[in-house]
Design a protein around this ligand. Sequence first.
Ligand SMILES: *[C@@H]1O[C@H](CO)[C@@H](O)[C@H](O)[C@H]1NC(C)=O
Ligand SMILES: *[C@@H]1O[C@H](CO)[C@@H](O)[C@H](O)[C@H]1NC(C)=O
Ligand SMILES: *[C@@H]1O[C@H](CO)[C@@H](O)[C@H](O)[C@H]1NC(C)=O
Ligand SMILES: *[C@@H]1O[C@H](CO)[C@@H](O)[C@H](O)[C@H]1NC(C)=O
Ligand SMILES: *[C@@H]1O[C@H](CO)[C@@H](O)[C@H](O)[C@H]1NC(C)=O
Length: 274
Amino acid sequence: MFTLITIAAAILGATAQSTTLDIQAIQANFQNALIVPNLLPSFDPSALIALDFSTVGQISPGQNLTQDQVKPTPSITLVPANSSVTLPKNFTLTMVDAGPVGTDESQGQTRHWLVNGVSLTGSASNQSVSTTGATPITDYAGPAPPAGSGPHRYVILLFEQPASFTPPANLSQPNTPVSVFDLNAYAKDSGLGPIVAGMYLTVQNGDTTASLSPTSAVITSTLPAAHSTGSSSASGTKSGSPSPSTTASAASPLVVMNTVFTFTVFGLALFILL
Ligand SMILES: *[C@@H]1O[C@H](CO)[C@@H](O)[C@H](O)[C@H]1NC(C)=O
Ligand SMILES: *[C@@H]1O[C@H](CO)[C@@H](O)[C@H](O)[C@H]1NC(C)=O
Ligand SMILES: *[C@@H]1O[C@H](CO)[C@@H](O)[C@H](O)[C@H]1NC(C)=O
Ligand SMILES: *[C@@H]1O[C@H](CO)[C@@H](O)[C@H](O)[C@H]1NC(C)=O
Ligand SMILES: *[C@@H]1O[C@H](CO)[C@@H](O)[C@H](O)[C@H]1NC(C)=O
C-alpha cells in the first residue's frame, strides 16, 4: 500500500516536473525570439498550453509553418503548472503578428484573433479551451505575411478576463475585421488580468530580404527545472537550434527526455517495491 502511494506520488511528481520544464522551455523561446521584452515586458505563465492544428498536430514553440498549415483554426488545451494553480473561469484569447525579430512593437500588432469570454471544459488536469458562448470580436484569420518580409512571429495568448473587464467601444462587437491594434494598451485599458498561458509559431512567405538578427538556441538542460530533477537524462540535451523555426522542430528531444525521466522514476519506485 505504502509502496503504491510512493509510486503514484513519484509519477505525479514527475508529471508536474515535466510540465514545469515544458513551460520553462516556452518562456526561454519567448526570450530567445525577443517576444520578451520587445512585445511583452514579462511572461510568467501559470499553465502549459498545447496548440493543435488539424494539418500538423501539436506544435512546438516557434515552429516554422506554412500558410496552408495554419489556415484552420487551432484547438487549444491547458495543463496547470502544478496542483496549487487554480485556473480562471473566463479568458480573453488573442493571436497577434509580432512581425520578424527586430520589429518596433510600439507601432502596434496586427490582430489575427480576439475572443472574449473564453472558458475551459474537461478534466482539471487537461482542459480544452472552449469558445462556446464566448464573444468572437475578430474571428481567427490564418497568418499571411507579405512576401519577402521575413519570418513573422505569431503569438497566441490567454489572458485572465476578470468580471470588471470592459472592452474599448471599437473592439467590443463580433465581426470586427483584422486590423492593427496595440496589444498592451488593449490589455491595460480593458482591465485584463495576467497572461495565463502563451505560445508562438513562425510563418514566412518566400525568401527573406530582411536583414534582421536571427535568434539563438534554447538549451533545455540550462532551464531551472532541468537542474532540480537531479536526473542525468536532463543534462546535455539540446532542444533547439539557431533559429526560431528549428528551435521548434527540435522540441521532440524534450518530450523524449521527459518520458525517459518519468520511466526512470517509475523504474526506481518499482525497484523499491521489489
Ligand atoms: C505552481 O506554479 C505557479 C505558477 O507557475 C508557481 O508560482 C508556484 O510557485 C508553483 N507552486 C509550487 C508548489 O510548485
Ligand atoms: C491535453 O490532452 C490532449 C489529448 O490527449 C493532448 O493532445 C494535449 O497535448 C494535452 N495538453 C497539454 C497541454 O499537454
Ligand atoms: C520556413 O518555412 C518557409 C516556407 O513556409 C521557408 O521558406 C523558410 O525557409 C523556412 N525557414 C526556415 C528557417 O526553415
Ligand atoms: C465571462 O465573459 C463573458 C463574455 O465576455 C461575460 O458575458 C461574462 O459575464 C463573464 N463572466 C464572468 C464571471 O466574468
Ligand atoms: C480604437 O480607438 C482607439 C482610440 O480612438 C484607437 O487608438 C484605435 O486605433 C482603435 N482601434 C481599432 C482596432 O480600430
